[in-house]
Design a binder for this molecule. Structure first.
Ligand SMILES: [Zn+2]
Length: 73
């Protein structure tokens, strides 16, 4: 299996929803641990990278995400 390449700004859809009900999270910082922010309630989480990678269902890269681009302008 290909290892997902994560970058700050990427939008992730996870297999397991946050308690608030959304499955979409924004990547904030990438290292041995990855910090993500819930797109719905704004709470941030820090996860071990292997654990997060197993939980990812879909990645929307920052350069394909128009909402992210608007926020960066
Ligand atoms: Zn949430």
């Amino acid at each position: 299996m290909e290892i997902p390449r994560l970058h700050p700004g990427d939008l992730l859809e996870l297999r397991k929803p946050h308690p608030c009900g959304t499955k979409q999270f924004r990547v904030v910082r990438v290292g041995s641990e990855v910090r993500i922010v819930c797109c719905h309630c704004g709470r941030d989480l820090v996860l071990d990278r292997p654990k997060l990678e197993r939980a990812i269902k879909h990645i929307i890269p920052a350069d394909q995400d128009k909402i992210a681009q608007e926020r960066m302008d």
